[in-house]
Design a protein around this ligand. Sequence first.
Ligand code: EPZ
Length: 415
Amino acid sequence: MDVLNVEGGRRLAGRVSIEGAKNAALPTCVASLLTDETVVLHRVPQLRDVSMILFTLGSLRKRVVRNGKSVSISEDGPLAPEASAYSVKKMRASFLVLGPLVARLGHAVVPLPGGCSIGARPIDFHLNGLRALGARVEETAAAVLVDADRLRGARIELPFPSVGATEHLMMTGTLAAGTTEIVNAAIDPEVLDLVALLRRMGAEIEVDGRTLRVAESRMRGAEHTIIPDRMEAGTMLLAGVATRGEVTAVDVCPEHLESYLEALRAMGAAVDCEARDVTVAAPDGVRGIDVATGPHPAFPTDLHPQLAAALACADGTSQIVETVFEGRTTYVDGLRAMGAQIATDGRTATITGVEQLHGAEVEAPDIRAGAALVIGAVAARGTSRLAGLEHLERGYDRLADKLQSLGACVERREA
Ligand code: EPZ
């Protein structure tokens, strides 16, 4: 696998166009299972994870035609009831096909999604929700077997506002008799983007705070454009902050980034939102802050590692309390190798600002920790070598090119 060679220490400046959101593209692709008509999605990012979900849909006998950043998903024959182990193991969001398949076919078999570096990633909320809808759920060592004569709407209370469980049960609820009420639901922009598509497909969905009510609906084909990726935008803006530069994220939704932009302002960065462009500048560096991640609209866990990288050279000490994933601090070793002073205590990272980071040889353990190490490398004095690009490519399309366009010296090389 290739590596990234980075010559750090250059201020980043300029405009970067942001792709469609990975975490909206994945569930909206799965929603195509709810109808035998054609679903067309635009602004679909070209990422490994998206290729995996489209592979999964193909293995279920959906006809997938990709044309640049648009995807057309149609049906020309009966769906298969079993998702490929390869795709679910490689990309856990494929697990969301389970409920829609059971709703349409009456039975389905989906391999158990693995955990990953950021946590155990259990699926109990998903399975208990399907049981509440009347499905019989059997778990084996390797897969989940589900069957149901007829799914019936139910009231489902989520112990935690789980993004995936909310999306999974909401999609399934559109084909269950009666009304499904999901209490303590996730209301992330990506969840609400799925709501927008489902409504376009004919679903009647009421969003009332953290309660979603989904009525049984006749689901039709539809066309939809994915929202911008707030995680990519947040990552690029923090790369600008870490290099004391000025970066504009182009064609984003500032309202999806409120808690994140509030944190940047607290750090002393200048934040300017102009329609769908967000510019952040930090010419004099930043000061340390304390922040806790949490379910949207709180500060997003998917930007925790990248924030830590930008705080590594802040003036003062910072504390990031992680409340979503028990394993989110996988970025710490790599930043320490660059000279960052980070102490961890359970889910809390305490970052003591240092004068300057230095280059190092590091490896990305997962998508967002990888992004943090890239930010550290572009900010560090000297040369860094970053392995583990397969993780980065799951969540970022042409990251090196985009950083280069902002003035970074980043080169992809054979390992
Ligand atoms: C989604 O993952 C995102 N992935 C994640 O982004 C994101 O970090 C996460 O939501 C934030 O909540 C996609 O949308 C594809 P959860 P998901 O269910 O749905 C616990 C990235 O880098 N939980 O909201 O898997 C779970 O362990 C990825 O783009 C259960 O206990 O996350 C965690 O502590 C990483 N039982 C918490 O809920 C369950 O059945 C939130 O997880 C489900 C979840």
